[in-house]
Design a protein around this ligand. Structure first.
Ligand code: NAD
Length: 346
């Protein structure tokens, strides 16, 4: 350990604000593209229809069956469509699943990307892509994977139901919390992660009652932008590893998993991460674990791993798989500790 750390900032053009989506055709032209391959989350169908008509002759093709955890078989299906068109730019609109597929297509073709997120998952800002083959998720990191343009239009998030809003924001909070205890945290990642955590922990309870207010949605989207930057700049630990292992093994929704796991991973990690613990305590003015735990229950939904259908008999094996190739984590992980965390979350 020399004490020298490396901080990388990725170049990205961010268009943000209500109505930002209307700038997309101009952005496509600015990038010199002529045929856009659109990858869309079905729930963002109406916004996608409008986008396709605004693109006019710039529209090339549309694939609207992205699947969570980016299965390679689905990417292969989308690639057949790409190959049948003269697409020279990929635009992903929707949640992290659509954005992951956009990254997978871009990595196979070299096409530039525009990402238009409609959840708070943060993938649009990161140089990472997790792809799944036979229930095993493999993550790779390459600056070329990060979209060059991100369009944050809070109006596109108005249709996110309350439960999805809560879990997706908890996914953003998980990025911020893990960035705070990351071994490669820097002054910059600490600042953006703290900013994200502050908005989420202090404003989310009130925001949940006003989700049809665009200015409330804009604040949550800003928090997700900050959390995504924190995610892009640091190594994720046990929280993300468990979400990846469980999500790929049982094909579970990513944001629900983060929501269920976060208080338990925080309870385990914070005693080994005093700086992160102090920052979170300063923001919450209370015990961060109980504040987060309460927040996860603010909107009804699956409350534990049992409710998501994870078999209790699998927990030790899941812990073994986690410990076999651990992500960097502030406290050492062993089978007993991970089994305990999973049992608490179960
Ligand atoms: P998702 O994309 O699967 O979307 C979750 C649900 O929200 C879906 O049912 C979708 O149809 C619905 N939805 C999306 N936008 C909506 C809207 N505006 N209105 C109504 N419904 C809407 O899930 P996600 O949580 O956004 O993303 C999870 C995926 O992203 C996982 O594969 C995860 O691994 C990946 N991810 C990757 C990174 C990264 O840095 N590589 C970061 C975060 C997440």
């Amino acid at each position: 350990m020399t004490g020298v750390r490396v901080h990388t900032t990725l170049p990205v053009r961010v268009l943000i604000g209500p109505g930002a989506r209307h700038e997309i055709p101009a952005e496509v032209r600015r990038l010199g593209a002529r045929q856009v391959m659109v990858v869309a989350t079905p729930s963002a169908g109406q916004a996608t229809d409008e986008l396709v008509s605004a693109l006019g002759p710039l529209f090339g093709a549309r694939f609207d069956r992205p699947v969570v955890h980016t299965p390679v078989a689905v990417t292969a299906e989308a690639m057949r469509l790409v190959e049948g068109t003269g697409a020279d730019l990929v635009l992903a609109i929707g949640g992290g699943s659509a954005i992951g597929l956009g990254k997978a297509i871009s990595s196979r073709t070299g096409m530039p990307q525009i990402a238009v997120p409609t959840t708070y998952a943060g993938s649009e800002l990161t140089p990472t892509l997790g792809e799944t083959t036979d229930g095993v998720k493999t993550t790779r990191r390459d600056p070329a994977l990060a979209p060059g343009t991100v369009v944050y239009d809070p109006e596109l998030t108005l249709s996110l139901p309350a439960r999805l809003t809560l879990t997706s924001v908890m996914n953003a909070l998980a990025h911020a919390v893990e960035a705070l205890w990351a071994p490669d945290a820097s002054a910059v990642s600490d600042a953006v992660a703290t900013g994200a955590a502050e908005v989420i922990l202090t404003e989310l309870p009130g925001s949940l009652a006003k989700l049809s207010d665009v200015s409330v949605r804009a604040r949550l989207q800003e928090a997700s932008w900050l959390a995504g930057l924190a995610l892009a700049q640091t190594s994720m630990g046990l929280q993300h590893q468990l979400a990846h292992v469980l999500g790929a093994a049982y094909d579970l929704p990513h944001a629900e998993l983060h929501t269920i796991l976060l208080p338990h991973v925080m309870a385990y990690n914070l005693p080994g991460a005093p700086r992160a613990a102090a920052r979170l305590a300063r923001i919450t003015g209370a015990d961060p674990v109980s504040v987060v735990s309460q927040l996860t229950r603010a909107v009804d939904g699956p409350a534990n791993l049992a409710a998501l259908g994870v078999p209790r008999a699998d927990l030790v094996d899941l812990a073994r798989r986690t410990v076999a190739a651990p992500y960097p984590n502030p406290r050492p992980v062993d089978v007993a500790a991970v089994t305990h965390i999973l049992t608490q979350a179960w």
